[in-house]
Design a protein around this ligand. Structure first.
Ligand SMILES: O=C(O)[C@H]1O[C@H](OP(=O)(O)OP(=O)(O)OC[C@H]2O[C@@H](n3ccc(=O)[nH]c3=O)[C@H](O)[C@@H]2O)[C@H](O)[C@@H](O)[C@@H]1O
Length: 438
């Protein structure tokens, strides 16, 4: 009880220290000692907290060290009888001549559209996606919900997880792989270079390793990019043109993918088709792309930056509508020949192809903005800016005669028509329709 006395005395100490003259009783000494210990403990925790915060929040000192994508620390739940049943049922074909396709990046823009189209015509489709947060994951979840309604199950996992990939091939003998999982976007490569190496190079190799060992080996169709043409100035871009001058790390990783494809075709007899997509746009698109965030910013009354090249040079893109791209993807799958290897050994030469999938009519970015202004009925606050030195090229223009000949590819949607469909979807999705769409 006697110890309570000084405590009550302490109660009188004002909250502002130093304003109260304290007597030097032994109690006070003890209390001082206690309070310094408490302070020490408190500050140690603060310090420890700051260190932890530093390690978990800051980009690694070398962008290529530690976790390269800064997003793949997640662990995914997969496996078990119920999971296997879902995998099998999603990949089961409903038509006699159909294929069973593993679609990587199925919750992505192109992945969602291709998966839906395949499923609708009776093919078996299993999706794979790591649902990373490069852009709003809720959009990916909404696409997933859409796919679930058409009977496509998306396995959550990373293409770098070879144990998972092997398991998938153990459960289903996929005839085809539509490989669309990638780190997309040209400009983001300066911010997070490791994620491009992680997904577009390491991830591709991890997938091809599993495909090469699968028995039977699947035929693979995968997404390359128009950006491989880099500084090539010969127009329109033909598959025979040089692609050894990439202007961005993104382009370099896609170009590396094309060389890696050659190697796996050459050594293991994998049938491989690379599709060079030209600025694909449309409903359920990617929010990191200009047409998408221009729409958002115009509606918000925010200014948008329109790039122009030196001497007021026009920056233009061969914008290609998603439905045309889907037709190209399906035709590539349909015309792909079987891989020739088995048990990791090549038995004969296999198919190796690369196609441009573009629209063949480049449109200046400023015209794209004018179309959006008309569709949205809002005037854009335009800010003309010099094309930044961050990987963008001045123009793209596809020569599609090879795809026309071999795939019967014939794009039929012009930018005005395609953007109209995009805007309709956008307004519906983001103004109340979002929940319904999801
Ligand atoms: O065709 C391709 O290979 C590539 O197409 C797009 O890349 P990009 O054409 O750069 O598409 P956006 O980022 O949507 O840019 C479209 C155009 O708008 C311009 N832009 C972009 C952003 C901006 O703020 N202002 C602006 O004028 C760009 O310079 C470009 O000319 C995709 O983002 C890539 O993933 C894809 O591989």
């Amino acid at each position: 009880m006697s110890q309570l006395k000084p405590m009550s005395h302490l109660d009188n100490i004002p909250s502002t220290p130093g304003k109260f003259k304290m007597d030097k009783s032994p109690y006070i000494h003890r209390l001082r000692w206690h309070s310094s210990l408490a302070k020490l403990t408190f500050w140690s925790f603060v310090f420890l907290g700051l260190i932890l915060l530093f390690f978990f929040r800051s980009p690694s000192s070398s962008p290529l060290s530690s976790d390269p994508s800064r997003r793949s620390l997640r662990t995914y739940n997969w496996g078990g009888p119920t999971w296997e049943k879902r995998v099998r049922s999603s990949a089961r074909l409903r038509s006699r001549n159909g294929m069973s396709v593993l679609v990587t990046g199925a919750a992505g823009f192109v992945g969602t559209h291709v998966s839906t189209a395949l499923k609708r015509r009776g093919d078996g489709v299993l999706g794979l996606d790591n649902f990373n947060d490069y852009y709003d994951p809720s959009l990916k979840r909404a696409r997933q919900a859409l796919l679930e309604r058409t009977g496509v199950f998306i396995v959550e996992g990373d293409i770098n997880d070879s144990t998972l990939l092997s398991k998938l091939f153990e459960v289903v003998a996929f005839t085809h792989v539509m490989h669309l999982a990638a780190q997309a976007g040209v400009r983001y490569a300066m911010e997070n270079p490791g994620s491009y190496v992680h997904s577009n190079i390491a991830g591709l190799v991890s997938l091809l390793e599993v495909c090469k060992s699968a028995n039977p080996q699947p035929a693979i169709v995968w997404a390359s990019s128009s950006s491989v043409y880099g500084l090539n100035s010969k127009v329109p871009f033909s598959e025979r043109d040089r692609t050894d001058q990439p202007a961005s790390l993104y382009a370099a990783t896609k170009k590396a993918g094309e060389e890696i494809a050659h190697t796996y075709n050459h050594i293991y007899g994998l049938s491989l088709t690379g599709l060079r997509f030209f600025t694909v746009y449309g409903p359920w698109g990617r929010p990191d792309m200009a047409y998408f965030f221009f729409t958002k910013d115009i509606l918000k009354g925010k200014s948008i930056s329109i790039f122009e090249a030196a001497n007021h040079g026009t920056v233009a893109r061969d914008f290609t509508y998603i439905d045309d791209i889907v037709k190209g993807c399906l035709a590539a799958l349909d015309t792909s020949e079987k891989s020739t290897g088995s048990g990791g050994k090549k038995r004969g030469p296999a198919q190796l192809r690369v196609f441009n999938l573009g629209n063949t009519s480049p449109v200046p970015v400023s015209d794209l903005v004018s179309i959006l202004e008309r569709l949205l009925k809002v005037k854009a606050k335009r800010r003309i800016m010099k094309l930044p030195r961050n990987g963008d090229v001045q123009f793209t223009h596809a020569n599609i005669s090879l795809a026309e000949r071999e795939l019967g590819y014939k794009p039929s949607t012009d930018l005005q028509t395609g953007l109209k469909k995009f805007v309709r979807w956008y307004l519906n999705y983001y103004s109340g329709g979002k929940k319904a769409a999801g």
